[in-house]
Unconditional design. Structure first.
Ligand SMILES: CC(C)(COP(=O)(O)OP(=O)(O)OC[C@H]1O[C@@H](n2cnc3c(N)ncnc32)[C@H](O)[C@@H]1OP(=O)(O)O)[C@@H](O)C(=O)NCCC(=O)NCCS
Length: 176
């Protein structure tokens, strides 16, 4: 899609609200994406400069597609991480993906599941019927746990990269 898209945002949940990333989120996002535990299943941690580029890429996604990864924060404004919807590629085909990162101090409290469920509801309201995926490193149990909580099942293996076979979790989302 080209040009400016209508901007979407998931509804607030019991504990969380969503908003677009801003330049002044850089310190918190760089701390999260610079954490070796959070980035254990990525090729490398991100530097401050790479995190700034990443925020800029998300802002470009909001403009082009109307969605991207959004900041998730508590209703008091405490930064928790990010969660949202991006176009990815699985076996060279475009697929809509729900993605999530939760800063280490806030993990294992159900935040990613709660945020991802709000994203599924947004998909049902605005983008369905569609396949929604989560493309996951096969050893990333936490990420798979979130996908399974959403009702996703293992639908494919992404073999587009010679160095890794990634697990494609997915579900069909019907219109709300
Ligand atoms: C994946 C991630 C976002 C999960 O966030 P979270 O808020 O801790 O997830 P939840 O609390 O909603 O947990 C989801 C499920 O996974 C399980 N889980 C979470 N962390 C786990 C871990 N480290 N090991 C095993 N299981 C785990 C939970 O028990 C839960 O299952 P349950 O509901 O049956 O109890 C978080 O671990 C993270 O940021 N990881 C690094 C970034 C990443 O890999 N993102 C995904 C890229 S595909």
């Amino acid at each position: 899609m080209t040009g400016a898209a209508r901007r979407l945002l998931p509804s607030p949940t019991a504990r969380l609200r969503f908003r677009e990333m801003r330049e002044d989120d850089l310190d918190q996002i760089a701390e999260m994406l610079g954490d070796p535990e959070v980035m254990a299943f990525y090729p490398a941690v991100k530097t401050h400069a790479e995190s700034a580029e990443w925020i800029a890429r998300m802002q470009e996604r909001y403009r082009e597609h109307g969605h991207g990864l959004w900041v998730i924060e508590t209703h008091d404004g405490e930064f928790i991480g990010d969660c949202g919807l991006t176009w990815q590629s699985a076996n060279d085909a475009p697929v809509l993906e729900v993605g999530y990162h939760v800063r280490r101090a806030s993990q294992r409290r159900g935040y990613a599941t709660e945020a991802a469920r709000a994203c599924v509801e947004l998909v049902a309201r605005e983008l369905a019927p569609t396949l929604l995926t989560a493309i996951i490193h096969p050893a990333n149990t936490a990420s798979r746990g979130v996908a399974e909580n959403l009702g996703m099942t293992h639908i494919d293996d992404d073999r587009a990269h010679p160095w890794i076979v990634r697990t494609v979790m997915g579900m069909q989302v019907a219109p709300a």
